[in-house]
Design a binder for this molecule. Structure first.
Ligand code: ADP
Length: 261
């Protein structure tokens, strides 16, 4: 049995192929403008990586904001369900998933049976998402890849009071003019995101016995993971490749559906 999860996000297209004996490959590429084309190319690339023909894939589940534009035969499942399935696949005790992607952030509570019990989602604006970090990192002349490590070097606390991406940029420019250290501004940006996401965690409740898992590209940012861990007063588990967990969940759902589980 070979299944695939295709997660077309706002920033990145991810494909995860799950083969026999849990053999797996994944591929991540920029989403671009042409979703149909990019999903075909990423799926083809992942299949080549596994050394199989596309026809060998028994079932595909598409997810992400672009799931309805995926041009091949597949089931379409929400990212919330796939995120929970991916987290549970890796961490059977996962009870809370915090997923921060390029364009939205989600907090998902998983019930004992593995089903989604409750969730909160911010998809209205860039505030509290990876896009906010991409834009504001640019003002700091750094990259999202470096922002986490940079923020961990902060010695002085400063605040960015506005999580609106447009207003935050003005605040950063003012802080730079006041000769505020870049690492302190980086820490303030991470704090702005973490506080916003923590409010969502609070809305679903985080009094949990099991694991709190962070997924999505922003989970690469060690500063945000540390801040959220402090806010939750709990160690947050981050998978080695947090950005592909939703695609992994989609492939797991595809396998379960193909097996009629
Ligand atoms: P989407 O599903 O919406 O495409 P992703 O889960 O792929 O979103 O996450 C994309 C976001 O992750 C980017 O906006 C960026 O902020 C962040 N990101 C991606 N790679 C890294 C990295 N190596 N380090 C820090 N942040 C990253």
């Amino acid at each position: 049995m070979i299944t695939a999860g295709v997660d077309i996000g706002s920033v990145a297209a991810k494909v995860f192929i799950l083969g026999e004996e849990d053999k797996a490959v994944y591929l991540v590429r920029p989403s671009g403008f042409n979703i149909a084309d990019v999903s075909r190319r990423v799926l083809q690339g992942a299949a080549e990586k596994m050394g199989i023909e596309l026809g060998a894939i028994d079932k595909i589940v598409a997810t992400g904001y672009g799931r309805n534009s995926v041009p091949f035969e597949c089931d379409r499942v929400t990212e919330i369900t796939c995120s929970a399935a991916g987290a549970r696949h890796l961490y059977p005790n996962a009870e809370l998933v915090i997923d921060i992607g390029g364009q939205d952030s989600k907090v998902i509570k998983i019930g004992k049976n593995g089903a989604v019990q409750q969730f909160a989602m911010n998809d209205k604006c860039a505030a509290g998402t990876g896009k906010f970090l991409e834009v504001t990192a640019g003002v700091l002349e750094t990259s999202v890849e470096e922002l986490g490590e940079l923020s961990l070097m902060s010695k002085n606390k400063v605040a960015i009071s506005n999580v609106c991406t447009v207003f935050a940029q003005t605040e950063i420019v003012n802080l730079i003019a006041q000769r505020t250290a870049r690492e302190d501004i980086a820490a303030a940006l991470n704090e702005a995101i973490a506080s916003r996401v923590f409010a969502m965690v609070n809305s679903v409740g985080y009094n949990i016995q099991g694991d709190a898992v962070m997924t999505g590209g922003v989970a690469y940012n060690k500063g945000i993971v540390k801040l959220l861990g402090q806010m939750l007063d709990k160690n947050i588990v981050v998978p080695p490749n947090p950005q592909i967990i939703v695609a992994m969940g989609a492939a797991v759902i595809a396998r379960n559906r193909a097996l009629n589980k």
